[in-house]
Design a protein around this ligand. Structure first.
Ligand code: TRP
Length: 462
């Protein structure tokens, strides 16, 4: 399709893709996972997952998209015919539909959390200049998550902003925003890091982050605790895939806007490294900050919104740092939300023959529906429950524990068993790779990833 959008530069593509990868997963989730799973030992397991699996999945997904040059639903059929194989339309339906369902459900949860980051950004800004409320008061977060109106307002703001950017298209919207926001994000990260590292006692957090605690991942003098180790390993696998935005057609769609000349091997290396670097920097900011005030790093999801405000409130110039930190989080999350919108929008343009503006509106509308549902349930306006959870938690659980993995299993099996030859051929057009690389990629797609993902799903039910 000659009219298909494409990136205008390699830098733009890398930054936009890194912008998708770098998000709440890196700054909100990664530090608390490290905190809960024994610091450096988790980091080592995570590094193995990123370079041993995530990188190859990313190469696969980008090449799949670039070879297909179409939307995620038609992509399966296109590649199958390039491989001269007959497949049932179920593949496209399953793979494509699951992907889109993930995107719609996740974006509801994602928008809610971005709303929180926006709230903390505004509040610290107000504090900075008008010395109003204290965001560190324990009640702040609880008040926020029980207020339907405030969250609705902030979430809608994020949705409108994202829709505006997406409606501008790939080059003028996604790429341009990434070219401005990603460098800003890196600058903010470094500034924050320097500020945190000069805190008294910050070295305790760095030591926690950099000295391994093998017992926490199941290796002790008494032997190996396989159960604990597999739990940590699977957590790391799940986190690495989530962080690299796998499972929602993002990498497929971003890949489909690429020219065949890009060296995907190198580009993927850049994307993975940038993503990893931000996770590690976020860990080096959040954990030392928590340790400097003698707080516990193991509080889980509340670390960013309950523990950190306390840290900022007790820090010299805290309002400014709080403002910069939450702004950083907001930017990271926004570029990820943008990427979640694109596969849906691209599909609506192709399949429903809509203009980009109309397709964007439809995506935003679907997002709003799920966002409002999640919010109504989170703020107890409706008492509908799914599996004993409110809808916000249920959406998060379904996608995080089941459907993202399920989608990836379908995609990996397809890429490994049916479409491998055209996908590999496409990959080779811009990159050199050895036979070992090819064999390993194939094994990851055919066996390792589907196997680990299946266990990940089973674990969620046990
Ligand atoms: N990678 C993003 C993060 O770390 C989240 C994200 C964006 C995502 N697009 C995705 C996760 C697609 C899974 C699939 O926050």
């Amino acid at each position: 399709m000659s009219s298909r959008a494409h990136w205008s530069s390699r830098l733009g593509f890398i930054l936009a893709t890194a912008g998708s990868a770098i998000g709440l997963g890196n700054i909100w989730r990664f530090p608390y996972l490290v905190g809960q799973n024994g610091g450096c030992s988790f980091l080592i397991v995570y590094l193995c997952c990123v370079f041993g699996l995530g990188y190859f999945m990313l190469v696969g997904k980008l090449s799949f998209g670039r070879a297909a040059k179409t939307n995620i639903v038609d992509g399966f059929q296109t590649i199958a015919s390039q491989a001269q194989k007959n497949i049932s339309p179920t593949w496209g339906f399953l793979g494509g539909m699951l992907t889109l369902l993930n995107a719609i459900i996740i974006s509801g949860v994602y928008v809610t959390v971005i709303g929180w980051t926006l709230f903390y950004t505004f509040e610290s800004f107000q504090n900075l200049f008008f010395f109003t409320k204290n965001i560190h008061e324990q009640t702040t977060f609880n008040n926020l998550i029980s207020s339907f109106e405030i969250q609705l307002f902030l979430g809608t703001l994020c949705i409108l902003l994202t829709a505006f950017i997406i409606s501008k298209g790939v080059k003028k919207g996604i790429e341009r925003v990434a070219l401005y926001l990603m460098p800003l994000l890196f600058i903010l990260l470094v500034v924050m890091l320097i500020r945190i590292l000069v805190l008294p006692n910050a070295e305790k957090g760095i030591a926690f982050f950099l000295s391994p605690n093998w017992a926490a991942i199941g290796f002790s003098s008494e032997g190996i605790d396989f159960k604990l180790f597999s739990k940590v390993l699977l957590t790391a696998v799940g986190q690495s895939f989530y962080s690299l935005s796998l499972g929602m057609g993002v990498m497929f769609t971003y890949g489909s806007y690429l020219a065949n000349t890009n060296d995907l091997k190198k580009d993927a290396r850049w994307i993975v490294s940038l993503d990893l670097m931000v996770s590690i920097l976020a860990g080096l900011i959040v954990l030392p900050a928590v340790f400097a005030f003698n707080l516990e790093p193991t509080t889980g999801a509340g670390l960013t919104f309950m523990t950190l405000p306390y840290v900022f409130a007790n820090m010299w110039g805290g309002e400014l740092w709080a403002f910069l930190f939450y702004l950083l989080l907001f930017i990271a999350a926004l570029t990820s939300l943008i990427s979640i919108y694109e596969p849906l929008t691209a599909l609506f343009i192709d399949k429903l023959k809509l203009t980009r503006n109309k397709a964007t509106l439809l995506t935003a509308f679907l997002n709003i529906c799920f966002f409002v549902l999640a919010l109504l349930s989170l703020t107890k306006k409706i008492h509908f429950q799914l599996m004993g959870k409110n809808l916000f938690d249920a959406f998060d659980w379904i996608t995080g524990s089941v459907s993202l993995s399920l989608t990836m299993i379908v995609c990996c099996l397809f890429m490994g068993w049916i479409g491998f030859i055209p996908i590999w051929r496409n990959f080779r057009r811009g990159s050199r790779a050895s036979r070992v690389f090819r064999t390993y990629l194939k094994i990851v797609l055919q066996f390792i990833a589907p196997f680990l993902l299946t266990i990940l799903i089973l674990m969620a039910f046990i």
